[in-house]
Design a protein around this ligand. Sequence first.
Ligand code: NAP
Length: 464
Amino acid sequence: MSPATIATVNPATGETVRTFAAHGEAEIEQRLQLAASAFPKWRRVPVAERARLVGRLADLLDAEKERLGAMMTLEMGKPIKAAVEEAAKCATACRWYAENSERLLQPRVVLQGDDWGEVVHQPLGPVLAVMPWNFPFWQVVRFLAPALTVGNVGLLKHASNVPQCALAIEDLCTRAGYPEGVFQTLLVGSEAVSKLLDDPRVVAATLTGSEGAGRSVGAAAGKNLKKTVLELGGSDPFIVMPSADVDKAAKTAVIARTINNGQSCIAAKRFIVHEKIAEEFTRRFVDGMKALKVGDPADSATQLGPLASQRLADDLDEQVKKTVAKGGKLLLGGSKPDGRGAFYPATVIADPPKGSPGADEELFGPVAVIFRARDVDDAIRIANDSPFGLGAAAWTRDDAEAKRFGNELEAGTVFINGMVSSDPRFPFGGVKRSGYGRELAAEGLYEFTNTKTIRSGGGITLAE
Ligand code: NAP
């Protein structure tokens, strides 16, 4: 049973702004039928035309980024400047696929002449995308741009707290000119997902979200032998070695921890600092965290807004309290303020012991934990001593150390002297309990395809 209504609740005030009727069984059935009937026609549309439409989507995202940004801020509390930038980044990704898909989808000819052999990527069908609220446009666009351009059709089950964003994305696709049924939003709760995965018309699924959701979607899809991509949580290390520019590293660390009010899967979460510079880094970092301007996310000067819901603020507070109770040293913040809104202060905890949430779990909010490392081996050991493997950053001016970090950190993305970020030109995804599969770049285009080998004898040439 899906919830009867899905609501926009402003996390800065706790006020319910708007409610929507959730889709019932008849509506879901109608949308599934539409998706299934759209696919055979859509897959025959030439790649050049599909690429043109994703380019048109880019134009709309750019033109309407202020309106879309305000919608994100209202529904999940992202500071407005970052929200507008998110819409613009979506446009960049769409444009990347508009410009590169034809080239990337050319058949790869392996053998020529009498014994012809080529490899092609063909779409699979309707793909279900179960998406989170933290980047309500970006997470969806990085699925839809490659998946639709390769010829799949999309069904979006967005997070229940961002219904306006979910409907706006469907509307943008319609106005970009995508044929009916090629991209649809289902306004349903998470309870509806396993039934959707049982439906033979849904051929694959992608989920971006928590480990728990990953397990359920992976299990439901596995039972039906359906392909999945899982983009799950992270507890990214941010390593600082003595040769680094410590001031720059500390300033970047503040942004890397508090981006999106600390609710990013690739936010730096565990700061692993060489003992020689630990004191200096910690002082600069704590000062930077303390100086953040907290407030109304709709104010363009705000750097740290509320968490996306009161529940998230309560859960984070509990993780902080447990970490401190187990012996972590609280250097800043650490308790939920009174008053309305799901605000949580910038918080820093040093030396969280193993077995505490600060050491072992993802902290989804502006809470940083700092570990000391003796040397490069120790830094790599601490960084990899995590169930997650999404991103990692390391700061050093030593070539040999940089190479070791690049090679040995267990993560889908490693940045040296920078903070982890996603970019449509590079594949994105994780290892370990951060999930599997890749989004963005060529890998994202091929993820939901049948990589088909076609061999032909007797002088029949296939590729044009
Ligand atoms: P979440 O609670 O797992 O929700 C994500 C989506 O999954 C929502 O649409 C949610 O629907 C749905 N869902 C939740 N439980 C489900 C279940 N048992 N079966 C099927 N669907 C289910 O995650 P969140 O709190 O929104 O997002 C934060 C998490 O996402 C963090 O762990 C973060 O690190 C991760 N994340 C990962 C990436 C990445 O690329 N690796 C990117 C962003 C975020 P409802 O809203 O209706 O419950």
